[in-house]
Design a protein around this ligand. Structure first.
Ligand SMILES: O=C(O)C1=C[C@@H](OP(=O)(O)O)[C@@H](O)[C@H](O)C1
Ligand SMILES: C=C(OP(=O)(O)O)C(=O)O
Length: 409
């Protein structure tokens, strides 16, 4: 699907949007519910990633295809490996077959799991024969993806003796690990996280518990970007959010103050208000705790004609696409000068945006959604716009609600 995007007639927006549940909280909650069936879940994500997770958990044999969903791939690997009698081949999209999983496979093998690579060593697809995992201590590198750690933590309470993890190296995407531990605590599982050691106690059964998934903060980032690029006086309401969030991307409320966007909470609604023009012409952020916001922030800066230096981006090359390379190419199409290395991106201030651009999305929902708001500044074409369904299927409809021109070509 190719979309022609243009700005709303009035760039002083006053609208309310309901955003679907966090895909990260959803996929954790679904796995916990599979282990402890008396858990109920509210405000599930309607994303493709949530759907493939749900389907995957319903299978016991044969092929399980999780498409592009990193969390589903990593969490289901641990789940099937620990489920005695279940035998599956866990596979995904072409890109998923390039995304590394060796750290998790090695950790599970050291606990006694039976996992083989069906194609390329170190990557999906995986042939998994579920077994009772008897061991309870494991160490693994923590600087590649936190999802390997969360995967182990999620199955930990179902292991006879729980699990003690030793994390090696600098720990990346820490808030996602804390989210996993917080959800375990919510269902009554004891956990501790001190220094580089995490422990999870075993749990045979949990009391009836309802997990209420907060809406997705990474999805909210696109509305922060829109508010930042709109006229002072713009107000966008987003639901349903919690003042004390489990999602690290809630740091956006702080970050976007620098762009003149203030956030207030009331009754599970966040109000984003553009109160002042951006004051700086260069901003710097370390995003190692919020990697999914990098594309949004880079595009906001481009739209506002300011520069930025974003660091802590070492996980971006192994996500849905190599996001550093993709950003350099697509920002460059609008005339921007962008330098990248293995963990950072530097954008120079750019006042005139080139017209006649078609943005490519590389099977990456966040490439499409991060660039969408830029239509406030220049008309352009978005290629393969349907990719947004990975985390936020209603994205383009919600932009229409804000008054954006969105025409299928
Ligand atoms: O655990 C999670 O739900 C996630 C962890 C992060 O991945 P990394 O830990 O690989 O950075 C994040 O980018 C991803 O969108 C979701
Ligand atoms: C990196 C992401 O997802 P995953 O790793 O779960 O595919 C994302 O949603 O930005």
């Amino acid at each position: 699907m190719r979309l022609q995007l243009s700005a709303p007639d009035d760039s002083k927006i006053q609208k309310a949007i309901a955003i679907t549940g966090s895909k990260s909280e959803t996929n954790r909650s679904l796995l916990l519910q599979a282990l402890f069936p008396n858990i109920k879940i509210e405000n599930l994500s309607n994303s493709d990633d949530g759907e493939v997770m749900q389907k995957g958990l319903s299978k016991s044999t044969g092929e399980v295809d999780i498409h592009h969903a990193g969390t589903a791939m990593r969490f289901l690997t641990a789940y099937f490996a620990s489920q005695e009698g279940k035998q599956v081949v866990l596979t995904g999209s072409q890109r998923m077959q390039e995304r590394p999983i060796k750290v998790l496979v090695e950790a599970l093998r050291s606990l006694g799991a039976d996992i083989d690579y069906a194609k390329k060593e170190g990557c999906p697809p995986l042939k998994i024969s579920g077994k009772k995992l008897e061991k309870s201590q494991v160490s693994l590198p923590a600087n590649i993806s936190s999802q390997y750690i969360s995967a182990l933590l999620l199955i930990a309470p179902s292991l006879e003796n729980g699990l003690d993890l030793e994390l090696i190296g600098k720990i990346t995407s820490v808030p996602y690990i804390k989210m996993t531990l917080a959800l375990l605590e919510q269902i009554g599982v004891q956990t501790s996280f001190e220094g580089n050691k995490i422990s999870v106690a075993p749990k045979e059964a949990v009391a009836n518990t309802t997990l209420v998934v907060e809406s997705d903060w990474s999805s909210a980032s696109y509305f922060y970007s829109i508010a930042a690029m709109c006229k002072v006086g713009t107000e966008i309401q987003l639901s349903s959010y919690k003042q004390s969030s489990l999602q690290g991307d809630s740091v956006l409320a702080e970050i976007y103050k620098d762009f003149g966007v203030e956030t207030t909470f009331s009754n599970n609604i966040i109000l984003l208000k553009k109160t002042t023009e951006v004051k700086s012409d260069h901003l710097e952020y370390d995003l190692s705790n919020a990697p999914d916001t990098a594309q949004t922030i880079a595009v906001t800066c481009l739209g506002l004609g300011i520069g930025c230096h974003l660091t802590g981006l070492h996980t971006l090359p192994i996500k849905e696409t190599d996001r550093l390379a993709a950003l350099q190419t697509e920002l460059g199409k609008f005339g921007a000068t962008v330098d990248i290395d293995s963990e950072s991106l530097t954008l120079k201030p750019q006042s005139n945006l080139k017209t006649g651009v078609a943005v490519d999305t590389y099977n990456d929902h966040r490439m499409a959604m991060a660039f969408g708001p830029l239509a406030l500044k220049v008309d352009f074409v978005m290629n393969d716009a349907e990719v947004v369904s990975k985390s936020y299927p209603d994205f383009w409809n919600d932009l229409k609600t804000l008054g954006f021109g969105i025409e299928e070509l």
